[in-house]
Ligand binder design. Structure first.
Ligand code: GRF
Length: 212
């Protein structure tokens, strides 16, 4: 059975969704760079080993990432899953886990990489927004895309209502992506593109606002 390690920094709702999805893999550990991350309690409640590695104790990114990689590797994971891990990772770290490091981002990449995605989507007036699971590359929030979910932006949406609608979909697509990875149904090719080895695909349009 494949093993994964999940990295968090905060609330941990994606971690919780992964834990509750009964994935066909062993969740070897949840690691946080913050001792006060709410997700640590969620992991503990599910009897998942937890570890804390405070980035503030390291003078630079290289030394933090080296220590983080050392900690991750003690669990011998097949995949490293970033679930709200709020640290920019060095190119060396990313290269070490090439094809084994995935992230979830609250926008339809390549639109709205970085922070404050929901506020920026509202500001931009887009009618469709969403979330993306992607392989991590050194280029922040630009790695090859595994799966996306789109939601409508509704009249009267606030940052909070839009975030909640997107988060609901995050909790659906992240378990799916990890399931594919662990079943070997998806991989990162040498050409940097995602190879989809499963064949089930459906085609439909999300039109927002809806047609009359
Ligand atoms: C999510 O919106 C995720 O897409 C982003 O950070 C947030 C983490 O939330 N990368 P949670 O800690 O999983 O609740």
């Amino acid at each position: 059975m494949k093993k994964i390690v999940i990295l968090i920094s905060g609330r941990g709702s994606n971690l919780q969704a992964l834990l509750e999805a009964k994935l066909p893999c062993r969740i070897a550990a949840a690691i946080s760079n913050r001792a006060d991350a709410g997700g640590l309690k969620i992991a503990q409640a599910h009897d998942i080993p937890t570890a804390i590695i405070e980035h503030r104790n390291y003078t630079d990114r290289d030394s933090f990432d080296a220590a983080l990689a050392g900690l991750i590797d003690t669990f011998h994971p097949d995949f490293v899953v970033l679930a709200g891990f709020m640290r920019i990772l060095t190119a060396g770290f990313v290269a070490r886990y090439r094809g084994r490091l995935v992230n979830i981002h609250p926008s339809l990449l390549p639109a709205y990489g970085g922070l404050h995605t929901h506020a920026r989507a509202l500001q931009g007036g887009v009618k469709i927004h969403g979330c993306t699971v992607h392989f991590v590359t050194p280029d922040l929030d630009h790695g090859p895309i595994i799966i996306q979910a789109a939601v409508p932006v509704l009249c009267g949406d606030t940052e909070q209502t839009l975030a909640a609608r997107v988060l609901h979909e995050e909790h659906r697509i992240y378990p799916q992506a990890i399931r594919w990875l662990c079943a070997g149904q998806i991989e990162l090719g040498d050409d940097g593109r995602v190879r989809l080895l499963h064949r089930r695909q459906s085609g439909f349009a999300l039109i927002s606002p809806g047609l009359e």
